[in-house]
Ligand binder design. Structure first.
Ligand code: PEP
Length: 256
């Protein structure tokens, strides 16, 4: 079975100026002893406006963090006012891009079909998509969380080849647990993450499925990250609120 390096990813959402972003990366890197970075990968997802500054700092100070964007256009270039393409992001040294965060699905009505195109655009330009899936409260209460999340996954990776899939990252984020302080139990997280891996194995084979990292996201903090990441099919966390405090995020990464 492949060993998967845990990934702790901080989604800053629409927070922080580029100057505040620089200060936050400096704080995380001063607080997180380097020895932890042998066991855990750390990535930050600043707003577009802070990517260039984060890139400059990480390269200049040789900080061993990855970074990525919170969204990517399905298009390469052209008359798409306000969108940012994969070419532009890869030129900024991004490793990852979030695709299908629940806030994009909800507020921007992004459909599974559009998200599949964004996944394809990410791979086309050498970016690793971090595809987010997860059910709302009504679906959870009806007990349909597994089928719902697996359907979102399979729709999002419709065109992904087995070779591309090896680098794919998934984030299982139950919508009812995002920013609410209501965290899924470790067993809840494991149930859906395990089902996602079974679905990946069905499409690409077990060997490839075992290489794919599946993160949990939803009110993860330094105090609960360890028990969540101890689950067999949970390979790290996508963190929102707690990623905005350098000390908390560094402690969270150290505890993962
Ligand atoms: C997120 O937005 O991806 C998230 C998990 O947020 P929070 O950690 O604040 O719940």
């Amino acid at each position: 079975m492949a060993t998967r390096t845990p990934l702790i990813a901080g989604n800053w959402k629409m927070n922080l100026t580029h100057l505040e972003g620089i200060a936050l990366v400096q704080k995380i890197s001063f607080t997180l002893p380097e020895k932890y970075l042998k066991h855990v990968e750390v990535a930050v997802f600043p707003p577009f406006t802070a990517l260039r500054s984060v890139q400059t700092l990480i390269e200049a100070d040789k900080i061993d963090f990855k970074y990525g964007a919170q969204d990517v256009s399905a298009h390469d270039s052209g008359a798409y006012t306000g969108e940012i393409s994969g070419i532009q992001l890869s030129k900024l040294g991004c490793t990852y891009v979030l695709v299908g965060h629940s806030e994009r699905r909800e507020y921007h009505h992004e459909t599974d079909e559009q998200l599949a195109k964004k996944v394809n655009a990410a791979y086309k330009h050498g970016l690793i998509p971090m595809l987010c899936v997860g059910e709302g409260l009504e679906i959870r209460e009806a007990g349909n969380q597994v089928a719902y999340s697996v359907n979102q996954l399979l729709a999002g990776i419709a065109d992904v080849t087995p070779e591309q899939a090896e680098s794919l990252v998934l984030a299982y984020e139950p919508v009812w647990a995002i920013g609410t302080g209501r965290v899924a139990t470790p067993a809840d997280a494991q149930e859906v993450c395990a089902a996602l891996r079974v679905a990946l194995a069905g499409k690409y084979g077990q060997e490839t499925a075992d290489k794919i990292r599946i993160l949990y996201g939803g009110s993860v903090k330094s105090g609960n990250v360890a028990e969540i990441c101890a689950q067999t099919d949970v390979d790290g966390a996508l963190v929102g609120g707690a990623s905005l405090d350098g000390t908390e995020f560094a402690t969270l990464a150290a505890n993962a």
